[in-house]
Design a protein around this ligand. Structure first.
Ligand code: F6P
Length: 348
């Protein structure tokens, strides 16, 4: 429980951080407030979803071929409306839109490019499980005018900020600007995000592994071997873990960030590049994971080093506690070097 004197609003916290950077113009801080405002609006709509008869699917299908739900459309519009007229951004991209979203003609373009997944895990809305908004911010690389595709197609290590809002039993906003990870909880009675989780760090080894095991038969042997390690089948290398999987990246990631754990969405025969999007999901989460002391890889490459070539590119993802991510990479290497590695499982 916070004492009265320790209450810090997100505004106050961002300002304090800005003070540590004398060259800061305040634009990034304002951009973060814009996103916090969008998160509050989306949180409100998510909470009222069952009441307002906005549950269920809209007729549209998004660019990924997934069924779009009404709240997805609302969240997408909200993010755009909270960002496009501010003069702080030069271009946007959303998981729900096929192409770059330009700033309106009557707005002076700003110095940041923002990418977002407005409502991640939206298949969970109908069953009242946690969903979230993920965002990623880059400094523009184009010189002036409206931003172009190069402002959006940047490797994750160039992010200047990334974060997510989670609409769960409470609404949280977790973000990093490269100086640690900080979490805020929305106090609905005053409409403010209050600092509840300063300097979040993730345990080096986690309790949980999170993966959609219905894909087991479609994974390659390296991934199968790593997951069997989590089952407890390689006791000389790793202790058995507990399984936890919601199927909502923000919720699965958030739990593992706090308790320690590893989340995997590897490639499989149905999704040869994995399912998750580099720019809207993997890169922002990787920035947060690393800032919290964790790690993120596609199996061979650090996620933050991957140079995107397409706005909607997918990559395999292994993310979370550093030792557990390392266990997966090492296991993939061992199986690649020796296809018979761990083929005979120890008898319990
Ligand atoms: O990308 C959307 C998403 O819902 C993520 O939030 C989640 O991690 C993943 O898909 C779940 O996919 P699956 O249903 O295949 O396990």
């Amino acid at each position: 429980m916070l004492s009265r004197s320790s209450v810090t609003t997100i505004e106050k916290f961002i300002l304090t951080q800005e003070d540590e950077h004398p060259d800061a113009t305040g634009e990034l801080s304002n951009l973060l407030y814009d996103i916090a405002l969008a998160a509050k609006i989306i949180a409100g709509a998510t909470r009222r979803a069952g009441l307002m008869d906005i549950l269920g699917s809209a007729s549209a299908t998004n660019v990924q071929g997934e069924e779009q739900q009404k709240l997805d459309i609302f969240a997408n519009d909200t993010m755009k409306r909270c960002l496009e007229h501010t003069g702080r951004i030069c271009a946007m991209a959303s998981e729900e839109d096929e192409l770059l979203i330009p700033v309106p003609d009557d707005v002076k373009p700003g110095k940041y490019a923002v990418l977002f997944d407005p409502l991640d895990g939206s298949s969970n809305i109908d069953v009242n499980s946690a969903v979230g908004t993920i965002f990623s911010v880059y400094r523009r690389v184009s010189k002036s005018g409206k931003g172009d595709i190069d402002d959006l197609l940047q490797p994750g290590f160039r992010q200047v900020a990334a974060g997510y809002a989670m609409y769960g039993s409470s609404t949280m906003l977790v973000y990093t600007t490269g100086n640690g990870v900080h979490g805020f909880t929305l106090d609905p009675s005053i409409g403010e995000f209050l600092l509840s989780h300063p300097r979040m760090t993730t345990p080096r080894t986690g309790k949980y592994y999170s993966v959609n095991e219905s894909n087991f038969g479609r994974w390659d042997r390296g991934v199968q071997t790593a997951v069997r390690g989590f089952h407890g089948d390689l006791p000389e290398r790793i202790k058995a873990k507990n399984a936890r999987y919601i199927g909502s990246l923000v919720a699965d990631f958030h739990r593992n960030l706090i308790n320690g754990g590893v989340f995997l969405y590897p490639s499989d025969t149905k999704n040869p590049n994995g399912k998750l999007r580099l720019l809207y999901e993997c890169s922002p989460m990787a920035f947060i994971a690393e800032q919290a002391g964790g790690a993120a890889t596609d199996g061979t490459r650090r996620i933050l080093d991957i140079m995107p070539d397409d706005l909607h590119q997918r990559v395999p993802l292994v993310i979370g506690s550093a030792d557990d991510v390392a266990f997966v990479t090492e296991t993939l290497e061992k199986v690649a070097a020796d296809p018979d590695y761990a083929r005979t499982w120890p008898v319990a």
